[in-house]
Write a protein that binds this ligand. Structure first.
Ligand code: C2E
Ligand code: MG
Ligand code: MG
Length: 581
């Protein structure tokens, strides 16, 4: 191998024929950009290109024997990217076409061309190649962006589904098995909320690393949602492989994550579906893995579970409800009704309780008790609760500007109890609708406070400081009601409607209600009786100086327009159905 000066780029000629080498050297002598080097055979050229940059590869076709293209395969195989120019000893149009079809840039019949034209064609070949490489790189980048999650660099849902559609037909033909594992992190949200998004991202990246560490190369690990991952296992026999992988996931995820010097435990729930046993196509496989995961979550998380055809009815139903609720949140179908709260003596309206109503196109009217618990389990309660609070505040602002004085009461779920988030939400909602803190009262049940007492104490102390009212809902149904009155800054207790219901016939209930009323008086708390349905109940409560009444006797929950009419006229509009459908 002969070397020439360094500045110019290398044109590497493959030829053992002295006449050809001399000819090409003469042609390139006039070119300032390229310097010629030569090797005698293709293997040497490939070795050369592996260690140094070659601007263009010139191949002397004359000496390549019968199969004049056999040398191309090894060069393509070597994955070196270089423009190739063929120097031919004959002017063969078919051969030229075939060469271009193989990705060769130029086919030059040396004897026909002037030296300057050959040089020009070499430079064109180099330029064209450069463009193609740039285009390929751009295409590759776009493809990666469209098929991968930028944070973890794992395939995204799209790529996983592609892969699934590729492997299922093969598995069906060969009688192989494919398993899909749906992985959902258990406590990711709280890390994200308390330590911030950067920490959350760090956890996701680490999870991606852990999940990829024990899967085979042919398996696909994809990130398909905030904290959701899918693992596709191909070519499995029986249940062994998915069970082992699931166990491995649990093991990996039970190790702590180190974040800013401390250890955090996240944990995962895994739902597994196996093709062809559990599903016959990609969509069903996905749905069944999701259902299995849903079952794990419903029964306490941190576990793995195979799809079982005999999922009980209620799981199916809740799963369907969750999907429909998600849809409703995006597209409407949810609305708020307001139940008036009356002053016992004047019977004027002093408050309104905002209550959610949901009517789904397919499922019809769904009972709040049912969909609120689904919303709580799925985390949907957070955006849902925020929407209720904001809408209720705006509604109250409208009524107040029309000259009506009343307090808006909004139910807060246990899952919304997060000091910072709730404080921000409440201040923002008050500010945006131009209300005073005293215009708003938040209702919370004892069981909600019990879930995480420490957090609840902090949260409600913060809310109290803002100046919003706190009401203890469904009072009397919990175990330690009196305790809570001492520990939480409560302004109002709402006697649960189960006590009110049997007030007149059950001496025990009458005694409980009387006790609550006298205790509340001593503690200087306001009392609302819920679920007042009869005149006898009203008489009993009035006699014992219960401050406020709420119930069907006086008014059902009303749509906003009907409520406004009540405020204006003092009369509950006729023909308003409960919930006003
Ligand atoms: P809750 O907060 O105790 O609401 C009072 C419930 O009693 C409402 O049921 C209301 O329609 C019903 N009610 C009112 N007067 C009477 C009566 O005279 N007799 C009887 N039998 N019932 C009466 P609803 O609207 O079905 O709500 C049920 C529960 O769902 C609520 O109980 C509350 O815990 C929850 N909920 C409703 N809306 C929301 C919301 O926006 N956020 C949250 N977190 N929970 C909500
Ligand atoms: Mg309530
Ligand atoms: Mg209640």
């Amino acid at each position: 191998m002969n070397h020439s000066d360094g500045e110019r780029r290398v044109a590497l000629l493959v030829s053992a024929e002295v006449g050809c080498i001399a000819h090409v050297r003469q042609i390139l002598a006039s070119d300032a950009a390229l310097s010629l080097e030569h090797v005698a055979a293709m293997p040497a050229a490939i070795d050369e290109m592996r260690v140094r940059e070659v601007e263009v590869l010139l191949v002397d076709l004359a000496q390549l024997g019968d199969d004049r293209f056999a040398w191309l395969a090894p060069i393509q195989h070597a994955e070196v990217s270089v423009p190739i120019v063929l120097l031919s000893d004959r002017d063969d149009a078919d051969e030229a076409l075939r060469a271009l079809g193989e990705g060769v840039q130029e086919y030059i019949h040396l004897r026909d061309e002037s030296p300057s034209r050959v040089v020009r064609r070499l430079h064109h070949a180099i330029e064209r190649h450069r463009l193609i490489v740039a285009l390929d790189a751009a295409r590759h980048r776009a493809q990666v962006a469209a098929t991968h999650d930028p944070l973890t660099r794992l395939p995204n849902r799209y790529l996983l589904e592609e892969q699934m559609h590729r492997v299922l037909p093969t598995a069906r033909r060969d009688g192989g098995g494919v398993a899909l594992l749906y992985v959902d992190l258990d406590r990711f949200k709280s890390i994200n909320d308390t330590l911030g998004h950067a920490a959350g991202d760090e956890v996701l990246a680490q999870v991606a690393g852990r999940l990829s560490s024990f899967t085979r190369k042919s398996d696909v690990v994809a990130r398909v949602g905030g904290d959701e991952f899918l693992i596709l296992l191909t070519d499995i026999r029986g249940e062994f492989a998915p069970a082992i992988v699931a166990e491995k996931i649990q093991e990996e995820m039970s190790r702590p994550f180190h974040l800013s010097g401390r250890d955090y435990w996240v944990g995962a729930s895994v739902g597994i579906a196996v093709f062809p046993r559990d599903a016959d196509d990609a969509d069903t496989l996905m749905r069944h893995a999701d259902l299995a995961l849903y079952q794990v979550k419903a029964s306490g998380r941190g576990d793995s579970r195979f799809y079982s055809g005999v999922l009980d009815e209620s799981v199916h139903k809740r799963h369907a409800l969750e999907h429909a609720l998600r849809r409703a949140l995006g597209q409407g179908g949810l609305r708020i009704v307001y139940q008036p709260i009356f002053d016992t003596t004047t019977l004027g309206v002093v408050g309104a309780e905002a209550l959610l109503r949901w009517k789904d196109a397919e499922l019809g009217r769904v009972d709040p008790g049912e969909f609120i618990s689904v919303a709580e389990e799925s985390g949907l309660i957070v955006p849902l609760g925020e929407a209720v609070l904001r809408t209720a505040c705006e509604q109250l602002a409208q009524w107040k500007s029309a000259g009506h004085e009343l307090v808006m009461t909004v139910n807060i779920s246990a899952h919304q109890i997060d000091e910072e988030r709730l404080r921000n939400l409440v201040t923002q909602a008050l500010w945006d609708s131009d209300l005073r803190p005293g215009d708003l009262e938040l209702e919370v049940t004892e069981s909600a406070l019990m879930r995480d007492e420490e957090a609840a104490v902090r949260t409600f102390a913060a809310l109290k400081q803002i100046g919003v009212g706190i009401a203890l809902d469904d009072f009397g149904t919990g175990f330690s009601s009196l305790n809570y009155l001492k520990r939480f800054p409560v302004d109002t207790v709402k006697i649960d409607r189960s006590f009110v219901h049997d007030l007149v016939h059950e001496p025990d209930d009458a005694a409980i209600v009387s006790a609550i009323l006298s205790m509340a008086r001593q503690l200087d708390l306001a009392v609302v009786a819920e679920g007042v349905e009869t005149e006898q109940q009203r008489a009993f409560l009035t006699e014992r100086l219960c401050d406020r009444l709420q119930g069907f006797l006086l008014s059902p929950p009303l749509p906003a327009e009907a409520f406004e009419e009540l405020l204006r006229t003092g009369v509950v509009p006729a023909k308003v159905e409960e919930a006003g459908d």
